[in-house]
Write a protein of this length. Sequence first.
Lengths: 878, 110
Amino acid sequence: MALRLGDVWRRLCIRFFGASRVEVDEELSYHITRETEFRVAAGMNEEEARRQALIAFGGVEKAREQCHEWRIAVRLEALGRDIRYALRGLRRVPAFAVPAILTFAVGIGATTAVFSVVDRILFRSLPYHDAGRLVSIGIVAPIEPQEFMLGYSYYEWQDHQTPFETMTSWTGSSNCDLTEENAIRLTCASVEANFLPALGVGPLLGRNFTSEEDRPNAPKVAMISYHLWRSRFGNDPSVVGKTVSLDGTQVRVIGVLNKDFELPTLDNADVLVPEAIDRASQQGPNPGRVRWAFARLKPGVTIDQAAAAMQPLFQQMLMTVPPQFRKEVHLRLRSLRDRHVHDAKLAAWILFAAVMLVLMIACANVGGLLLARSANRQREIAIRSALGASKVRLVRQIATESLVVVLMGSLVGCLMAAILLRIFQAFTPQGIPYLERAHVDPRIVGFAVAASLVCGILFGWAPALPKPDMETLAGRSSIGTPHGRIRQLLVVAQIAVSLVLLAGASLLLRSFWNLQKQPLGMGTRGLVTASISLGELHYSKPEQQMAFFQLLETRLRKLPGVDAVVISDSLPPGGWHHDHIFAALRVEGKPPLAEGTGGTVAWRWVTPDYFRALSIPILRGRGFSEADRNSADHFMILSQSLAGYIFQNENPTGRHVQPGLEGPWYTVVGVAADVKNGGLMGGDEPEYYRLRRNYPEDWGRDASVTVATPIALGAMEHWMRSEIAVIDSTIAAVSQTMGERVSKLADRPRFEAALLGLFAMIGILLAAIGIYGVIAFLVAQRTPEIGVRMAMGATKMDILELMGMQGLRMIAAGTLIGLTIAVAASRSLSTLLFGVRPDDPLSFASVCLLLAFVAGVATWIPASRAMKVDPSEALRHD
Amino acid sequence: MPAQSTELLQGTLDLLILKTLALAPMHGWGIAQRIQQVSRELLQVGQGSLYPALHRLEAKHWIRSEWGPSENNRRAKFYSLTRLGRKQLESELENWKRISGAIALVLQGS
């Protein structure tokens, strides 16, 4: 058997590469030996016999070389001839070659670029050992979209769980400063000691944390990221064991993380430190620390089984939750990948589907072009066949032509993919993970090229297979009719698919338009903001923090052209802000506000200028005054919706509210109009504002400074930065105009709408090329017939109708089919849409009109050419 | 050894090889021997051109090769005719007969 296989292999090798040199040598030496033996048998002595044999053979070396060259030459020559012929043939029909190559390029380019992006999101391998078994586990509650765990219940779960090999967690990251010479701001993540082992990753250098180091009051240790190791320590391996100063504390570096390490939540971290939490402190009435938990499933355990196995522990935990909240808390267990992708998943799949549709249209188009080409060259093939070309030769030649087209298209397509990917990355929205690291993947190029090859073969080779007959040679047979029907079907399919794409794109565009136009409840013009985060070293005390911001406020007010200065801790209409559950508001003289959590309430620290600067009208009562800042009392302003929830029609001013069910009581001084605060698409939360007084307890390390000004914003931004630098040059402030801030919130929908719009445009263009090609081909084929008709008295309008009807029929069929699919498919878009229904009739109608118009033009041009046919000319046509 | 041997006409070597192989699969040396014998030592195959010819015919898929034990039990490369080769042989024989007949006519006529 082995011998047989070897034989098969050898034959294959010979088939493609010719006999190996060794074989030729063996064959020739056998010949010489036999010849020598023959002569010895005839009575010659051995040496003489061999000499004679070599002479008789005449140049062993030459024969050997010739044997070899022959095989290669025969093949190369045939291939070269095919390619030359293909190139020459393609040059002669630019009407075929250019659209075919462009179509391939567009198809392959778009597919590859999008696939490269989607691959990073949906299919990339996660940098953990056996990542398929890693899950994210926790509870979901209204205050946090991602699952989390609280305090002691985590330890209970960790101790008593059965479906997991290990469970681990981290408790979030915070700013920390490397307080050495050239201090820098870093992000420190606190993890459990078993964090890395549970994920199945090890350090690049050094060692992992020990459980002793994860105890309170243990000597401080840290692991640093590869990036920090490179940028700060110059890849010096001796950093392991060294002591550095983190937020003024001496910390020993015990390890360096791998280059591809990432937190399972995709958060950024420069330093990992043990969380060092005292377990006992987490027990008790307080909910304890929030953490994000991950677990590794035991082999063979599915996620559903694990979730079922965790139910008893979850129910037990639920008993510790106040009864009114229980309904709103659920257990969630999902794969790490699902957690990563979270809300990017739908967008990624839609992108993926869109690009597949474009590839389909492209393939259909090339198929149509190839069919037309082969129909056109039936005669040529017939002639060549009659002149003695073998069928194999003909098929090979047509195949070579298809291959040349595919290869040239792929080449341009790869270029296009690289360019498209750059474009995607240029407007990467937040929240689509890893787009910036996507690159054109050779695997994916391979996939796209293979897909195109298949369609090239299907449509390019098939027509070459039946041997042309004498009818074809005469050029009088009705060839092309069956091909013509396939082409028409292809065009119908193209129109249908384009319509689906266009419908999706128009819905997203309208949604994006609505987003941009919606009232925000605040002004965005003439505002510059800077977000500032004070370092731990010099600003660890609230007094220091307040002093800095007060000084900054005073200095900014003195600048020319400054109307108002606001120092708040967050800003609408999107991004981070404080929130808590509605039920945590206690109102003087009222029973508890809600049965359950009552949803969430947003709140911010603001200074008095806030409402004036952001043009938020005060509807009742008054705004904060400068005098309020020195008062020992606390003041708050409610948003209109919150005032309505709490007080209905009563007058809220002068009432007292205690947020968080503990701490100081706040006096309500006024009611402000509602402002968007959940991002552009998110639902809005009721909101209240606490006044930042001149007391240290009202201040923190982080703040947003907003300046209202009528002068050029660029200049004001510059002045603000220099004012900040004058006070403390080490502070890094991120400044932008309010307009930019808001526009950034629309990045994601803009990205989605633009991409789908791009694909829809490509789709409609390709479909137009397709329909144009079919009609033009029909006109060319039926020119003699048209001539006869005109000679018999048909008017120009009759001819236009004759040809145009063909196109109209295809357009009507395609539109109908496409519309049906689009209506069904658009439902999947509904969560991406804002202010427009997925079955929006206006969008669908306009899309149909647009498509019908473009397709109509593509029909009109060749059909009108048929009108101009000169009967005498046409009848003379062969 | 015959004193004089006839040089092979251009293009006839292929025909001779095909004809020889039509009888039975054979290795290179055997083919050379056979042609020599059958032509009563008149046709001397230039062995330096025999092997390139064999490889050329194999590349055209007219003959195929296979390693096997030779008469004296050594490894030798045996060539045999393919279906395509058999067809080619027929058409070349036809051709040869026509041409040689034509030449004969011309020579007799003059």
